[in-house]
Design a binder for this molecule. Structure first.
Ligand code: NAD
Ligand code: DAU
Length: 375
């Protein structure tokens, strides 16, 4: 069968990647979607059970650092678009093992760029697109500027009115990069390589920088799924430092929708920030998580509050990420669709309804399964 487009999505077996793959496979039956993923601990094909037999879906187990493999995929499938999500994504792991982050996030991105260039440059760039998914962490950290006593969230979706009212300093696309963790330094470096391939060779590239995602299929090392699982099992909730750090939270399906829009309508060589205007202090968010999880488990709301355990802070812990996604809203008309409370309710419910998925991931069983399947 001939497909209208052949799009590689890297990291499609991970958290955000699986939502992007699902959206594209279902929405565009005339596109062939090639999920290229080497299945690290964070890759789980169980995330894609509902689309794995679709005729326009292909899974290729390959490492983005393997130049020969990537070249083969580019040629074999006549790839004309890449949406690049594969990465090492967990800040705590980057603090203990920075080399792996440089290898995957920097060298892996460069390998993909070079393989795409080799495939596309001789044919001309027309109709090609290299879309790189990055993070708001490349901008560094912001101070807290809202006055004491203000109820969260500290910014709002539609108007960004807190932005105006409190002289908030948000991350805008023109801001200087100031990454602090090995993770964000590696992501920043990969962003520079992507832009360099546009500026040097004319490759049609796009970069987006998104805030913290949450929702189904997130590996339970990240705050929200880890804490839901711990509340369920009545295990301690390790809050770093005083729990005062602020993150902007976006429901993962809203990120996937933004990626779809930007892949099709975004301007070449542009950068777009993606976020929810939805900032919460960790401790406030954790209290909502406890109440919601308790209620959905049939326990008294707040019964598990004593599980909160303050632990040593993360090294170099960024105080606040504050993304301003008004460019995306104003130029392409994208907005988050869910209110945070609604998104959290949906998310907690998903993890509690999918306890097998959680148990499989936390026990490491899924890794054994893929090791057997892809020797
Ligand atoms: P994740 O850790 O859940 O998934 C990463 C995926 O990449 C996994 O499937 C893994 O197997 C794959 N992968 C890793 N190394 C690979 C390699 N060398 N070759 C092929 N595949 C490889 O990550 P995520 O949270 O879904 O994040 C996806 C992307 O979005 C990352 O680039 C991340 O920096 C970015 N991002 C994430 C967030 C967030 O909140 N999670 C926010 C903004 C941006
Ligand atoms: O901002 C986008 C980034 O968001 C992405 O680029 C990263 O890939 C993604 O992992 C995420 O990074 P964070 O470090 O913000 O996410 P994490 O879930 O690890 O932590 C969220 C906040 O919660 C952070 O302030 C650290 C704190 N935390 C985290 C864990 C895992 C705790 O207090 N205790 C914990 O056990």
């Amino acid at each position: 069968m001939d497909f209208k487009r052949n799009i590689v999505i890297t990291g499609g077996a991970g958290f955000i990647g699986s939502h992007v793959v699902r959206l594209f496979v279902k929405k565009y039956p005339d596109y062939r979607i090639i999920n290229l993923d080497c299945l690290t601990y964070a890759g789980n094909l169980a995330n894609l059970k509902d689309v794995e037999n679709e005729p326009n879906y292909v899974f290729v187990k390959a490492d983005i650092c393997d130049y020969e493999e990537v070249r083969k995929v580019m040629a074999y499938y006549s790839v004309d678009g890449i949406i690049h999500l594969a990465a090492e994504s967990h800040v705590d792991r980057s603090i203990v093992d920075p080399f792996t982050f440089a290898r995957t996030n920097v060298m892996g991105t460069l390998t993909l760029l070079q393989a795409a260039r080799e495939a596309w440059e001789p044919q001309g760039w027309e109709g090609k697109r290299f879309y790189h998914i990055s993070t708001d962490e490349v901008y560094g950290a912001r101070e807290l500027t809202h006055p004491e006593g203000i109820e969260p969230p500290y910014s709002t979706v539609a108007s960004g009115e807190h932005h105006l009212a409190y002289g908030e300093k948000f991350f805008t696309e023109d801001l200087k990069y100031q990454p602090h963790s090995p993770y964000s330094a590696a992501k920043a470096s990969s962003d520079h390589f992507v832009r360099a391939y546009h500026d040097t060779y004319g490759m049609p590239t796009i970069v987006t920088n998104c805030s913290n995602n949450y929702g189904p299929y997130q590996f339970p090392e990240k705050l929200i799924p880890l804490f839901i699982n711990n509340i369920r099992n009545r295990k301690p909730l390790p809050v770093y430092g005083k729990g005062e750090n602020v993150r902007d939270w976006l429901f993962v399906e809203d990120h996937a929708r933004a990626i779809d829009l930007i892949f099709h309508k975004g301007a070449v060589a542009e950068t777009y920030n993606i976020g929810g205007f939805n900032e919460w202090k960790n401790i406030d968010l954790i209290k909502i998580l406890i109440k919601t999880t308790d209620r959905l488990l049939g326990r008294a709301e707040g019964e598990d509050i004593d599980l909160i355990t303050y632990v040593t802070d993360r090294k170099g812990h960024d105080l606040r990420y504050a993304i301003d996604s008004s460019k995306l809203r104003d130029q392409l008309g994208w907005e988050p669709s869910l209110q945070f409370e609604e998104g959290i309710e949906k998310t907690v419910k998903w993890y509690l309804d999918n306890q097998d998925w959680l148990d499989n991931v936390t026990s490491g069983e899924y890794v054994k399964y893929y090791e057997q399947m892809y020797k």
